[in-house]
Design a protein around this ligand. Structure first.
Ligand code: HEC
Ligand code: HEC
Length: 254
């Protein structure tokens, strides 16, 4: 019954939709003024806890190889990247995956995108990248380039495929229902200009991996496991779609 209601609400048409898409509005444009103000206030922004922790971990575990954090901030607007090695054909890594790869140079622990150290470094790097423009480049190597392009093509298919018990595709919300209220949220065009996010409904910070899984669960679809190629492909597709937009840094969400 609840699902039906949501569906009926979504079926309403909005004239906001096409203008928001063509102006390429970031998720921040759909926040109420108090939340935007919270994001700008260094003393009360909850994300400042992650920024501080991220800077500490950087000094302890990353600086020796990479120098100042600001020198690495550019990576934030360029990931996900295709990374291969002589022994493997490679895979897409997002920034949190790369942070995990580098953390494991020091210890054999297993990390996920939402492990606290990984997330803290990601938030701090994201903050250092504020104001840069998103730039996603294809790999130079022709074999890697083809594999990379296949991921984007696959994700473009997923983006328009209906799924879950609500039988909705990403595009039906994020292109056709922009500006419409859904539960406590307002639907944005899903540009990826400000991750990780501090989401009030989570009461904590979370990665884009987690945000995407929340969208699968929102339509009551089978949720891909964290780190799956499907999620990385979608992230690449969405980031490519956000090419040239200004990076907002870590952001507050409802
Ligand atoms: C022992 C040296 C070493 C340490 C310590 C290290 N890294 Fe790295 N890092 C590398 C090397 C080598 C590369 C490039 C090879 C690769 O792509 O994995 C790299 C690549 C990266 C990249 C990708 C750059 C790009 O544009 O592709 C990021 C981001 C990064 N490291 C973050 C970190 C973080 C965060 C830490 C601390 C947790 C860290 N690194 C610790 C050696 C290190
Ligand atoms: C039933 C509608 C609905 C569907 C279908 C849906 N989402 Fe979402 N999505 C939301 C809502 C609501 C939010 C939170 C508000 C916002 O930022 O748009 C959100 C947030 C997002 C965000 C974060 C935007 C930001 O700036 O914080 C991304 C990225 C995203 N969705 C991608 C997807 C992808 C990819 C799919 C398909 C696999 C998908 N969504 C399917 C409703 C939906």
């Amino acid at each position: 019954m609840k699902s039906l209601l949501i569906f009926l609400c979504l079926a309403m048409v909005s004239s906001f939709t096409s203008s928001a898409q063509s102006q390429r509005l970031s998720g921040n444009s759909f926040l109420p003024a108090e939340l935007l103000a919270l994001g700008k206030d260094e003393t009360s922004n909850p994300l400042s806890l992650w920024i501080d922790q991220g800077n500490e971990v950087w000094a302890a575990k990353c600086q020796e190889c990479h120098g100042k954090m600001s020198s690495m901030a550019g990576a934030v607007v360029q990931f996900p990247k295709w990374k291969s090695s002589p022994s493997s054909k490679g895979q897409l890594l997002n920034i949190e995956d790369q942070i995990s790869v580098c953390l494991s140079r020091k210890s054999a622990q297993k990390w996920t995108n939402d492990s606290s150290e990984v997330l803290a470094i990601s938030v701090a790097l994201s903050d250092a990248a504020k104001g840069q423009r998103i730039h996603i480049a294809a790999p130079h190597d022709p074999v890697e380039r083809q594999a990379w392009q296949e991921q984007i093509n696959l994700a473009a298919q997923i983006y328009i495929k209906r799924q879950g018990r609500l039988n909705l595709a990403c595009t039906q919300c994020h292109d056709q229902k922009i500006g419409i209220q859904l539960r406590s949220d307002v639907i944005s065009p899903a540009f990826v200009t400000g991750f990780p996010i501090y989401r009030q409904s989570w009461q904590t910070a979370g990665s884009i991996d987690r945000r995407l899984r929340a969208c699968y669960s929102g339509v009551q679809a089978l949720v891909p496991p964290s780190g799956s190629p499907e999620l990385r492909g979608l992230e690449l597709f969405l980031k490519k779609r956000s090419e040239g937009m200004v990076w907002d840094g870590p952001s507050i969400r409802r």
